[in-house]
Design a binder for this molecule. Structure first.
Ligand code: NDP
Length: 237
């Protein structure tokens, strides 16, 4: 298969798990993250003909350059996954403006920039599929995560609007909204305590979320959808 999938945030956590599944399916991958060494290690472990790229999604020129490089070395991007994300959890009254800005720039603006950069090729080739990784807190809200929740809620509005905008071009845009998933992002959380509130009684694994991402990437008749993967957490939030 020659289809190319770009995975922003593909070096660790959920993005890396998506990369593992997509590599098994025979896609050619671009593993993108700020830290090139980690991205290269992740790409190398997949075996095959995958490439790593360094890019800060918050920076427009970085994103543009990365798409140019990906297309030069791998060909046109058919699939895009936005799994790059950060959290700077804090009550709003204590939140630093720089932390608000960095979350907005990485989680929301970053996905807008990569989607925009992907559009040119996808419109040209009359097809493409995008999955943006949101969060259950973007739908339900969470105390101590107002800014992060806003970035993820915004991502849903953005993705649904874009899905309407480009459906005629046969480009699909969907969102996966995970609950607590065991990755670097959650390593400092008190899992023993938090899991009591999760109906399925545990944190999710990155691969369990990755299966949902791949499902949406490959579902030809699904667009504008938000797929919650949270062990039932939304039922009790
Ligand atoms: P990790 O911290 O494990 O991985 C984050 C990935 O994003 C890394 O590859 C990191 O690489 C990359 N990244 C971070 N900032 C940037 C940036 N500015 N530009 C490019 N790449 C960047 O996080 P998770 O896998 O847990 O999270 C993946 C997504 O899922 C995020 O959007 C997160 O908000 C969301 N999510 C996670 C949940 C969880 O419980 N883990 C729950 C709900 C949603 P590098 O640092 O080298 O740039």
């Amino acid at each position: 298969m020659n289809k190319v999938c770009a995975i922003f945030g593909g070096s660790r956590g959920i993005g890396r798990a998506v990369a593992q599944l997509m590599a098994q399916k025979g896609y050619r991958l671009a593993i993108v993250a700020r830290n090139l060494d980690v991205a290269q290690a992740a790409a190398g472990e997949l075996g095959g003909n995958h490439l790593a790229f360094s890019c800060d999604v918050a920076k427009e020129h970085d994103v543009q350059n990365t798409f140019e490089e990906m297309e030069k070395h791998l060909g046109q991007v058919n699939f895009l996954v936005n799994a790059a994300g950060i959290n700077r959890d804090s009550l709003l009254v204590r939140a630093k403006t720089e932390d608000m800005v960095s979350q907005l720039q990485t989680n929301l603006l970053g996905s807008m920039l990569t989607c925009k950069a992907a559009m040119r090729t996808m419109i040209q080739q009359q097809g493409g599929s995008i999955v943006n990784v949101g969060s259950i807190v973007g739908l339900k809200g969470n105390s101590g995560q107002s800014v992060y929740s806003a970035t993820k809620g915004g991502l849903v509005g953005f993705s649904r609007a874009l899905a309407k905008e480009v459906a005629r071009k046969k480009i699909r845009v969907n969102v996966v909204a995970p609950g607590f998933v065991r990755t670097d992002m959650t390593k400092d959380l008190k899992e023993e305590q938090l899991k009591k509130n999760i109906p399925l009684g545990r944190f999710g694994e990155a691969l369990e979320v990755a299966h949902a991402v791949v499902f949406l990437l490959e579902s030809p008749y699904v667009t504008g959808h938000v797929l919650v993967v949270d062990g039932g957490l939304q039922l009790v939030m």
